[in-house]
Design a protein around this ligand. Structure first.
Ligand SMILES: *[C@@H]1O[C@H](CO)[C@@H](O)[C@H](O)[C@H]1NC(C)=O
Ligand SMILES: *[C@@H]1O[C@H](CO)[C@@H](O)[C@H](O)[C@H]1NC(C)=O
Ligand SMILES: *[C@@H]1O[C@H](CO)[C@@H](O)[C@H](O)[C@H]1NC(C)=O
Ligand SMILES: *[C@@H]1O[C@H](CO)[C@@H](O)[C@H](O)[C@H]1NC(C)=O
Ligand SMILES: *[C@@H]1O[C@H](CO)[C@@H](O)[C@H](O)[C@H]1NC(C)=O
Ligand SMILES: CC(=O)N[C@H]1CO[C@H](CO)[C@@H](O)[C@@H]1O
Length: 857
């Protein structure tokens, strides 16, 4: 519940409210319902705003001391999540912000994306996906705080780390170091953004939502490369930031020597255990990037960060003086068009609490929400008390926060051991701690949360072929090898210098004459074309025939292509279609990264190796279909499309039409049978796909690509696919995505849920007499439970979507769960022997677990 809103509403005050109102799905309109996962309860932490007041700070809207940020005179915890506006169409911003708020966040963090705002020097863009002001205003509308990281270097797996390409061409520039050209442009852009936000009164000092800003980003990682210029640059950056006088604190993450007034913040996975602390006693513990998973590059296998591990580190952080956490990412979204950095996949942090489609990924979303509740139940002890540490044994530790002279006491019991559960004794009580877990006792007695005992529901994502879009009639347009070029030089010219990052492609071509005596005499022996490239990939054609392809990787962009080909005793022509997949986003001297072919030789000739690197190379920037914009309705008319034959010719365009899939669920496209390229929907690029780059597990890194419903019309949507390698589009499927499979797995010795507690004047109170463990299930979107797909009371195992029976299961498991749940939008099934032991219990000594999987519909 929102409380104490007596202060004028220009002033921001946020408590951790959760309401019953939820938009039914990321992709649809206005229907409101509950998200499930135990949401919907009253999250009142019972603390009054009065008690967190800090004398004499009312005038400054946001300040800080060694304990916390002080916002409008009060100490606050900040639970923040990163959502990047250009990684999501604006149609969904509000849904995402609401969902983040329901996940227990009170703040949204974003970077500012310079190369989106100033793609051409002096030409600014703040509309559509780049409407930063609108995004911040929506955060304000939902009474949340905002953290803005100006960069302007942001890394973020974003093309060129957010720096515009034109910046590379400023004479004498060295990025992120002490030199006039860089400082001039950096200051100019940051000033522009600060002024823009100021003009809209968006800083907290003006009554707006922005409470913290950041200048630069993880600079310590490259500082040494610039020697004394690194030091003077960071001093200058600090001074520049402070001189804006925006009345809110500035941070620098991963900057251990952040100049004073600027707070050095931690980025990492386990800041509670790795952060050496602020560099001055009057700076609070802030955690600006807590990685909710790991971003992926093409070629990577699936990676996960478990909800348990994430919850452990967040609770640990707050138990060790932490007062602000930012989940990086809370919603990752999509790198549309050509916005991802080198080799980064289109899908970004899909493993975040809100998945790529904006659907809550359970149990991560619910379990973190519970962690926020549990921490808030300790708010008074944490913010008004003092800490002490008690060792309870090897790897066992109690951190206790007590307010002198009162009964206010909160404890955090950690078992930092990767192998064994332990029962610990603490203040006369006994507590079961699974390995690598931390428990929260808001009154130093009652355990309301343990990071490794999840009471929130789980869910599984279903990807279902759309019925409506079963068949797309594909037409194709094959690109011819170019014969007209725009540039000529002795050697192949540097790639980025040619493209200026307007396209992924450059054609390089040359020709040379071979005589009879050059070619091998041996029948069947063919000369080999060998090319060393600085990246990222190439398609090679010899005398009009496709010879093959090669590419580098995120780690090693350079590669060597080598393949035999059909050379003739006459004039031979080589065409190389060289490509890149985004600019690099990190490291020192980013302005000096190069790509493209470097040296080309013909091996296996009778007359020895022929070096053709310097014999004259013509170039053409971009490919024909792209230049003619044949991915738009209008541009499509400029070429001849014929029925697709499935003959797998490289550099072929495909087009077709489809109607919007049924229902309101998010939509994606599965690129089965395709190699590499890009997809456009009604003229808008949904990003690069790369199916042929397999991970070590022999799987594509990403097979499904998000099509925002906002890009779709009800009927006749134009889809255009550029296939570079030669794929066959007939395997492509349009799919709809849901998380209507929900689950719970819970044991007899689970902690109760923090949802069952509240704090009344700082005293912990159970909301009901019954706090025993229950499988707690709520369908998304007001749906009802239509089927119990799995139920076992005994020793089941597995995860949502794939549970298995163990050695002992109550024969009435399914029947009991059906009685509790079938036909209902939500249900709670007690993990109680009385319900499940209709007959004789076959395994009375077993600690029982209940696993339930149901389908909502
Ligand atoms: C919202 O719910 C109403 C009633 O259940 C339904 O008729 C309507 O189609 C729904 N609208 C959307 C956008 O889902
Ligand atoms: C937390 O802050 C207190 C008071 O400033 C300090 O004594 C203590 O060392 C800090 N704890 C950690 C884990 O840094
Ligand atoms: C666990 O404890 C060890 C030793 O005290 C410490 O070095 C490590 O950082 C801790 N790890 C975690 C994840 O808490
Ligand atoms: C995609 O990026 C190109 C530049 O790389 C730009 O010209 C184009 O407008 C972008 N298209 C969309 C739909 O954002
Ligand atoms: C079932 O029993 C077998 C043999 O006692 C044991 O190896 C196995 O781990 C048990 N399975 C489960 C799920 O407990
Ligand atoms: C290890 C890891 O995930 N690091 C990432 C943290 O987030 C920043 C975003 O700015 C990335 O650039 C890092 O690579």
């Amino acid at each position: 519940m929102v409380k104490a809103m007596s202060i004028s509403n220009r002033i921001l005050y946020v408590t951790f409210l959760s309401t019953l109102l939820v938009t039914s799905s990321f992709a649809n309109g206005k229907n409101k319902t509950d998200d499930g996962g135990g949401g919907g309860e009253d999250d009142d932490d019972g603390s009054t705003t009065e008690e967190f007041k800090v004398p004499g700070t009312e005038k400054t809207r946001v300040t800080y001391d060694g304990r916390s940020l002080i916002i409008n005179g009060r100490r606050e915890f900040v639970f923040s999540g990163s959502i990047h506006y250009p990684r999501c169409p604006p149609e969904y911003w509000e849904d995402l912000i609401e969902r983040a708020k329901r996940g227990g966040l009170n703040s949204i963090e974003t970077y500012v994306f310079w190369n989106g705002h100033e793609p051409v020097q002096g030409m600014y863009y703040f509309e559509g996906d780049y409407d930063l002001v609108k995004f911040i205003k929506l955060i304000h509308k939902h009474k949340m705080y905002a953290i803005v990281r100006f960069g302007p270097f942001i890394q973020a797996e974003w093309n060129h780390g957010g720096l515009p390409f034109w910046l590379r061409e400023v004479p004498g520039i060295v990025f992120r170091s002490d030199n006039e050209p860089f400082k001039h442009h950096m200051k100019k852009f940051v000033t522009l953004i600060v002024e823009k936000l100021k003009a809209e009164n968006l800083f907290a000092s003006q009554g707006g939502p922005i409470i913290v800003s950041q200048i630069e980003n993880e600079y310590n990682t490259i500082q040494l490369a610039f020697r004394e210029k690194g030091e003077s640059y960071i001093q200058w950056a600090a001074k520049t930031a402070l001189n804006f006088n925006i009345g809110i604190p500035w941070v620098m993450c991963k900057q251990k020597d952040a100049p004073d007034a600027i707070i050095n913040a931690c980025n990492g996975r386990h800041c509670g255990d790795t952060f050496p602390g602020p560099n001055k006693p009057n700076k609070p513990y802030l955690w600006t990037e807590n990685w909710t998973a790991q971003y992926r590059v093409f070629g990577d296998p699936i990676s996960q960060r478990s909800a348990e591990d994430l919850a452990y580190s967040v609770v640990r952080w707050f138990s060790k003086n932490g007062t602000l956490v930012n989940y990086y990412m809370y919603y990752g979204g999509t790198n549309y068009n050509r916005t991802s950095a080198a080799f980064v996949s289109t899908r970004y942090y899909d493993e975040a609490p809100l998945d790529e489609y904006g659907l809550p990924r359970e149990p991560k979303y619910g379990h973190l929400k519970d962690a926020h509740r549990a921490i808030n139940l300790c708010k008074r002890a944490l913010l008004l008390g003092t800490p002490s540490v008690e060792k309870l044994g090897h790897g066992l530790e109690a951190r206790v926060w007590q307010q002198a002279g009162t009964s206010t006491c909160a404890a955090f019991l950690a078992n930092n051991d990767t192998t064994a559960p332990v029962t610990v004794h603490f203040k006369g009580g006994e507590y079961y701690l699974p390995p690598n877990s931390i428990s929260v006792l808001p009154d130093c007695k009652t355990m309301v949360y343990n990071s490794h005992m999840i009471t929130a529901q789980h869910n599984a994502r279903n990807v279902v072929r759309s019925k409506v879009t079963d068949k797309i009639e594909w037409k194709m347009y094959k690109e011819a090898l170019p014969s007209q070029f725009t540039n000529k030089a002795p050697e192949p010219q540097e790639f980025y210098h040619l493209t200026k990052d307007t396209t992924d492609y450059v054609w390089y071509s040359t020709s040379f004459v071979l005589g009879e005596r050059d070619l091998p005499f041996k029948k069947g022996a063919r000369p080999i074309v060998r090319m060393a490239s600085e990246g990222h990939g190439v398609y090679v054609f010899v005398n009009g025939e496709y010879a093959g392809s090669g590419h580098g990787s995120k780690i090693e962009k350079n590669f060597v292509f080598q393949k035999d080909a059909n050379f003739v005793a006459a004039k031979n022509t080589i065409h190389l279609l060289s490509y890149t997949v985004g600019l690099q986003d990190s490291g020192a001297y980013m302005e000096r990264r190069y790509a493209g072919p470097r040296s080309i030789t013909i091996l296996g000739l009778n007359t020895g190796t022929l070096d053709i690197s310097g014999i004259g190379w013509q170039t053409l920037v971009g490919i024909d279909g792209e230049m003619k914009e044949i991915y738009t309705e209008k541009g499509a008319k400029s070429v001849n499309w014929v029925a697709a034959t499935g003959d797998k010719t490289p550099i072929t365009w495909y087009q077709g039409y489809f109607d919007a899939p049924e229902g309101n669920y998010p939509v994606a496209i599965k690129m089965n049978g395709m190699g590499k390229g890009m997809v456009w929907i009604n003229g808008r690029s949904i990003g690069r796909y790369w199916m042929s780059y397999l991970s070590a597990l022999k799987q594509p890194t990403q097979s499904e690509y998000h099509i925002p419903r906002a890009y779709l019309k009800p009927t006749k949507n134009l889809i255009v696919v550029l296939e570079e390698e030669g794929g066959d589009p007939k395997g492509i499927e349009i799919v709809v995505v849901d998380r209507d499979t929900i689950c719970s797995i819970i044991s007899e010795n689970h902690t109760p849920s923090p949802r069952l507690y509240k704090s009344v004047n700082g005293q912990l109170q159970a909301k009901s007499n019954d706090v025993s463990p229950k499988a707690d299930l709520t369908c998304p979107n007001q749906k009802k439970i239509v089927e119990v797909e799995f139920a076992s009371y005994g020793d089941p195992y597995g995860s949502c979507g794939t549970y298995f029976f163990g050695n002992c299961t109550s024969p009435v498991s399914k029947q009991v769960v059906e009685q509790f749940c079938l036909g209902k939008p939500a249900c709670k099934v007690p993990v109680d022997r009385a319900h499940f032991s209709s007959q004789k219990d076959a395994c009375p000594n077993l600690k029982k677990k209940l696993a339930v999987q149901v389908k909502c519909g």
